[in-house]
Write a protein that binds this ligand. Structure first.
Ligand SMILES: [Fe+2]
Length: 230
C-alpha cells in the first residue's frame, strides 16, 4: 500500500487542506483548498510528481474562497461538492455514498448536513475528513447557511459515530492547535455531542454560542457558488 497523506494549513483562515494520493498510480485528491494557497498546493503536487484527479469541498464555505476553479484550470482536475449546493460550475455534484477512485484507493462521500445543508464528510483508508461538521472536541456552527441542530446532531451521532472507533478524524479547521482526533475520542470527550450529552444539552450549548459572522462571509459564499471564481 502506498497512500500519501498531507495535512496543510492556512494561517489566515485556520483552514486545513488535505492531500491524499496513490504514490504508484500518481493520482491525487485535494479536500478543502484555499484560493490563496493554490500555488503552494501546485508546487507540492509538482514536486511529488502527482496528477490531481479531484478537488473536493466539504461544503460551501463562508470563511474562505475555495481554490477549486484555479486548481481545475491549472491541472484539469474535476471539482466536486454536494449536490445540495447547486454549484452549477462543479464537475461532480456528489450524492451520499458516492465513491471516487484515486489509484487503488477509494474515497466515499458521506452526507453530513447540519452546519450547512451542503456538508459532506469524506472517508478513505481509516480517515474521515469532517469539514465543519465535527471538530476536535467541538462542532461547527448551525446558525446560518441552512444550518440545523437536528440535522447536525443526527449527522454526527448516527453517521460519523457509526464509523469504526479507531477512525482518525481530520476536521476542516481547528482553533486550538490540534490536528486530529478519533471517533472514539469524540464520542467520549466532544464537549457538545460526546459523553453524556443528549440532543437537548447539545441544542442548549449551540444556542449559547456567541459567534460573530465569519470575516469573509460576504465575499466567500458568492465566490464559492462560482467554484471560487470572483
Ligand atoms: Fe464552514
Amino acid at each position: 500500500m502506498s497512500l500519501l497523506f498531507r495535512q496543510l494549513f492556512d494561517y489566515d483562515t485556520w483552514t486545513y487542506t488535505y492531500l491524499l494520493a496513490d504514490t504508484e498510480a500518481k493520482e491525487a485528491v485535494l479536500i478543502d483548498t484555499v484560493k490563496e494557497k493554490v500555488d503552494r498546493d501546485l508546487a507540492l503536487l509538482k514536486e511529488l510528481g502527482l496528477k490531481l484527479k479531484y478537488v473536493l469541498d466539504t461544503h460551501v464555505h463562508a470563511d474562505h474562497i475555495t481554490g477549486a476553479a484555479k486548481l481545475r484550470a491549472a491541472t484539469g482536475a474535476k471539482t466536486g461538492i454536494s449536490k445540495n449546493s447547486q454549484v452549477t460550475c462543479a464537475d461532480l455534484l456528489l450524492d451520499d455514498g458516492q465513491e471516487l477512485k484515486f489509484g487503488k484507493f477509494t474515497l466515499r462521500a458521506i452526507a453530513t448536513p447540519g452546519h450547512t445543508n451542503t456538508c459532506m464528510s469524506f472517508y478513505a483508508e481509516g480517515m474521515v475528513f469532517t469539514g465543519d461538521t465535527l471538530f476536535i472536541r467541538d462542532v461547527g456552527r448551525t446558525d446560518f447557511q441552512q444550518g440545523s441542530n437536528e440535522r447536525m446532531h443526527d449527522s454526527i451521532t448516527n453517521k460519523l459515530f457509526a464509523l469504526p472507533d479507531d477512525t482518525k478524524v481530520y476536521p476542516g479547521h481547528d482553533y486550538n492547535g490540534q490536528q486530529m482526533s478519533t471517533i472514539a475520542e469524540e464520542k467520549a470527550f466532544n464537549t457538545k455531542v460526546g459523553g453524556s450529552n443528549t440532543f437537548d444539552s447539545f441544542a442548549a450549548k449551540m444556542k449559547a454560542m456567541k459567534l460573530g459572522p465569519p470575516k469573509k462571509l460576504d465575499i466567500a459564499v458568492p465566490a464559492n457558488l462560482r467554484c471560487g471564481q470572483e
